[in-house]
Ligand binder design. Structure first.
Ligand code: ZN
Length: 71
């Protein structure tokens, strides 16, 4: 399993049009967003097949590679 799909998101960006894990139908936006330490969990519900799944975006490694500009 590659981590590529887990680290593409950014804290300020809500992933959109995530394909359903079961049928592949693009889902416009997550139903629920649950921020955590160094990661955010997104709950997706597919309206085509009613499949629900969670995707987690991990920010720790991304932040280390691309430190934000000074605020
Ligand atoms: Zn589906």
């Amino acid at each position: 399993m590659t981590k590529a799909g887990l680290v593409t998101a950014h804290a300020a960006v809500i992933p959109r049009h995530n394909p359903c894990a079961q049928c592949g139908t693009p889902i416009p936006a997550p139903d629920w967003i649950e921020p955590g330490e160094g990661r955010v969990s997104y709950l997706w519900t597919c309206h085509a097949c009613n499949y629900r799944f969670e995707a987690v975006a991990i920010f720790g490694e991304v932040a280390a590679e691309h430190p934000p500009l000074a605020a």
